[in-house]
Design a protein around this ligand. Structure first.
Ligand SMILES: Cc1cc2nc3c(=O)[nH]c(=O)nc-3n(C[C@H](O)[C@H](O)[C@H](O)COP(=O)(O)OP(=O)(O)OC[C@H]3O[C@@H](n4cnc5c(N)ncnc54)[C@H](O)[C@@H]3O)c2cc1C
Length: 456
């Protein structure tokens, strides 16, 4: 074998596998095969002037390349078993938290020191939420911010580049079991290694599905989260965000009993486009640097949709709704909450009148023509519930961007070492369906690296 360990994907899962392997055993020959570009070459062409919408670059610089989908994210590392994945179900709660804290330490020692760790554990705000039947989940959140997150990734790359062989712009096509290991086939040649770790993330979900199909690795899939991104004056949420930064609040709707939750809160941040497999959806981020902050806070409100037999394509359902918004609005649609409630389409003139200045240029429209009634009703109910703990949330000018979709990868059948039924073939991070966050994906990488070294 030319390599000891082959890693497919250089997102947090792949990076932390490579990092831990190279720390624990510097003699290991490690190769990372990545479909995207090096960090410093990743550049989305949308500049808001010449290019306003996604032009479908291949590979997409937002989702692919060193740092993975999280490279230009807000860099929120949630240290918790309450959300962000179900890694604890495989490796145990204590172990999962220990690994997330370990990852936090590495981030701090690579440029993240000085960033703030917020915590909702034992917060007075929890009780205030409960009085309104809103439920605040426990978490500690390290907020690196988009800027420091980039610095940490650059430093990690500088440290790894002499210890690990990186092949960028090299999408893996197939994975084959060979005598004593695995072969990863790419257009630039074949790579062979004793151990193979697949960490292809969300952008690699369709490819991962194909690998599982070809190798007969069992999978299951039944969830998608659909919702909107809410943008309002930062002052409305500042009593919450100043203390907790990110608060995950869950609400059960009275009308249908569906769970709606806040997700990815960005105090004084910006709303951004996200492209998944050519479909434009919405997301948000914020900077640690006060000079880059805005007057607004944004967060997503998501409704989880679980499907039962015979329907299996939950991601396809989410994609169809996002496609509808792309069809009507050419991309993301923006609407004032008041316009939505009074059954009016938002127009550019109405958006211009708004007291809340949008941070993303999106097409004014009518979200009720896009979102299924049940989901939209749930979001409206949650906005009124949030208004009781953050008065102003249900103001007429609160902006809603749609749609935000959180796709879940199908869950790959792995054991407590995150190994598939194939010996020494591991599936980690978001492409395993087990993690959905930076901290869980990174922790899964460390977990597998430690297991591999323990086997040598
Ligand atoms: C805009 C945005 C903001 C986010 N903000 C946060 C946040 O603040 N906090 C948080 O916890 N999470 C956040 N997330 C989610 C987080 O980024 C992911 O959970 C995390 O990156 C998953 O890590 P991963 O290594 O599993 O996969 P990814 O980061 O997706 O990395 C997978 C890598 O594999 C590569 N790849 C895919 N297929 C192949 C192939 N066939 N061959 C070779 N390479 C391949 C991809 O190019 C990619 O670089 C955000 C995501 C986005 C898009």
């Amino acid at each position: 074998m030319k390599y000891d360990v082959l890693i497919v994907g250089a997102g947090p899962g792949g990076i932390f596998s490579a990092y831990e392997l190279s720390q624990l055993d510097p003699s290991l020959k490690i190769c990372v095969i990545e479909a995207g570009k090096q960090l410093n070459e990743r550049k989305c062409p949308i500049d808001g002037v010449n290019i306003k919408n996604c032009i479908g670059c291949q590979p997409c610089s937002i989702m692919s390349g060193f740092g993975g989908a999280g490279a230009f994210s807000d860099g929120k590392y949630n240290i918790t078993n309450d959300f962000g994945g179900t890694l604890h179900e495989y490796i145990g709660k204590e172990k999962a938290l220990e690994l997330m804290n370990y990852v936090d330490g590495i981030n701090l020692s690579h440029g993240g020191s000085g960033t703030k760790l917020y915590t909702s554990i034992q917060s007075d705000f929890k009780m205030k939420c409960m009085e309104q039947d809103l439920h605040l989940l426990d978490a500690s959140v390290r907020h690196l911010g988009t800027d420091i997150n980039y610095v940490v990734l650059s430093n990690l790359y500088d440290e790894l580049k002499d210890k690990v062989e990186f092949h960028f712009l090299t999408p893996a096509e197939t994975v084959e079991q060979i005598d004593g290991g695995y072969r990863v086939v790419t257009k630039k040649g074949d790579f062979e290694g004793k151990y193979c770790i697949i960490s292809a993330g969300r952008s690699g979900s369709k490819w991962m599905e194909k690998v599982c199909e070809d190798m007969n690795i069992p999978t299951k899939s039944n969830r998608v989260d659909i919702g909107v991104r809410v943008e309002l004056p930062a002052a409305v949420f500042s009593h919450i965000t100043d203390e907790l930064y990110e608060s995950k609040i869950v609400y059960r709707t009275q009308k249908y009993g569906d769970l709606v939750r806040t997700f990815c809160m960005n105090p004084r941040g910006s709303v951004v486009n996200e492209n998944t497999n050519g479909i434009v959806t919405v997301n948000g981020h914020s900077f640690e640097d006060p000079a880059k902050q805005t007057d607004n806070t944004n967060f997503a409100l998501l409704v989880a949709k679980h499907f039962t037999e015979p329907f299996k394509d939950s991601n396809g359902y989410g994609e169809s709704i996002a496609r509808l918004s792309n069809m009507l609005g050419g991309g993301v649609i923006i609407q004032r909450f008041g316009d939505l409630i009074s059954g009016k389409r938002s127009t550019q003139a109405r958006i211009d009148e708004s007291f809340v200045v949008p941070t993303l240029k999106a097409m004014p429209g009518d979200l009720s023509l896009v979102m299924p009634k049940r989901i939209l009703d749930g979001i409206i109910e949650m906005i009124y519930a949030l208004d009781k703990i953050a008065p102003g949330t249900a103001n007429y000018d609160t902006l809603l961007y749609g749609v935000e979709v959180k796709f879940y990868n199908m869950e790959v059948d792995v054991d407590s070492n995150l190994m598939t039924s194939f010996n020494n073939l591991f599936v980690i991070g978001d492409c395993s369906g087990i993690t959905h966050s930076l901290s869980h994906a990174s922790a899964s990488g460390v977990h597998v690296a430690r297991y591999i070294v323990s086997q040598k």
